[in-house]
Unconditional design. Structure first.
Length: 353
């Protein structure tokens, strides 16, 4: 399955960035030649697609699922995609962005995710960040390949200024594949791009899913280590990942603070992971109420889809964890509490906090 190879080869910009890191320490056969070969054909195929994609319109009102990594964004993405008719990027498209609008879908396959019990299928909803990464746009996921530059990638992520033209063309292609459908996009990385995304998509709706910070940190350590073990060409320096995750917490606090000051309750909805885990059907109904009617889908059919989706897709509880005694953690927890109070569902009488 091409989505989980041991190398992330993409466009010229990504190849140049990888090459700037020097000679890989992980043994790789003909690394330089393979990097150049893949970049050459990637660019050749992308140009063939881009000539058409650039003439298409961007979706007017996409739905973005955001929140820090390991907060439940994948579960929410899969559930929403299953109970609506919305267009969303699939795994085979995100890992083959230079050819996915030129070729048919490959034979369906599935593998286990490297960091947990979840499974990834060729035709399952996927994070468009992987397409963005391979297309050569700035992404913190470059750190999967070269962990030595992880914090450098993060600094670019926390202060996005790029218009991401190739990613925009990829989104145009996804939208064109399902005319008239709403577009559903999910990437924790988009959390830090909220200001430019709001400018690009004034009618977009954002769902921020939040989770206990201690559990997020513990799960992120496992996820980033697993992805680096699969893709890294260099070892991760000691304490680099822990320092990066501190940067993440501070950046998350900053962007949520901006949301509180700049966004309305009609633009952003707060959803707690525990709400999704405890009662996924009710959480999904709340999300759909916030977004608006699903075009072309009668309420009875939607109710049936909600039942089917929640019966088929499991929201795993994850590992319980205590809250670290740390200033960045306390700050994020405080800002999340404010965001929950402002953008979340009003507490029901007798409900536990």
């Amino acid at each position: 399955m091409t989505s989980l190879t041991r190398s992330l080869y993409g466009g010229r910009s990504l190849a140049d960035w990888v090459r700037a890191g020097g000679r890989p320490q992980r043994p790789t056969t003909a690394h330089g030649a393979r990097l150049g070969w893949h970049a050459y054909w990637f660019e050749h195929n992308w140009r063939a697609q881009a000539a058409r994609l650039g003439t298409l319109a961007l979706p007017e009102d996409p739905v973005f699922i955001v929140g820090l990594w390991r907060s439940g964004t994948t579960a929410l993405h899969e559930l929403l995609a299953a109970c609506t008719t919305w267009a969303t990027p699939l795994t085979w498209q995100c890992f083959n962005p230079s050819t996915c609008f030129l070729t048919p879908a490959p034979t369906a396959q599935a593998v286990r995710r490297p960091m947990d019990a979840g499974r990834i299928a060729t035709d399952s909803p996927q994070e468009d960040e992987f397409a963005l990464l391979l297309l050569g746009e700035p992404s913190v996921y470059r750190g999967f390949i070269d962990p030595r530059r992880l914090r450098e990638c993060g600094q670019t992520q926390w202060q996005p200024a790029q218009p991401l033209p190739r990613w925009q063309d990829f989104v145009r292609g996804i939208a064109a594949g399902s005319p008239g459908s709403r577009v559903l996009l999910k990437s924790p990385n988009h959390s830090f791009r909220l200001p430019p995304l709001r400018a690009l998509f004034p009618r977009a709706r954002f769902i921020w899913i939040g989770r206990h910070t201690g559990e997020v940190l513990l799960s992120n350590l496992k996820m980033w280590r697993a992805m680096m073990a699969m893709y890294a060409l260099w070892p991760c320096p000691a304490a680099m990942l822990e320092q990066f995750l501190q940067d993440v917490l501070r950046a998350g606090s900053d962007v949520l603070t901006r949301c509180l000051g700049e966004m309305s309750q009609q633009q952003l909805l707060w959803l707690d992971f525990e709400q999704l885990r405890a009662d996924p059907r009710r959480a999904l109904a709340r999300v759909l109420e916030f977004i608006g009617p699903v075009a072309g889908l009668p309420s009875a059919s939607l109710a049936q889809r909600l039942d089917q989706a929640t019966a088929r897709i499991t929201v795993y509880p994850g590992t319980r964890a205590s809250l670290p005694d740390d200033d960045a953690v306390r700050q994020l927890e405080s800002v999340m509490a404010a965001a929950r109070a402002h953008f979340g569902e009003p507490a029901r009488p007798g409900a536990q906090s």
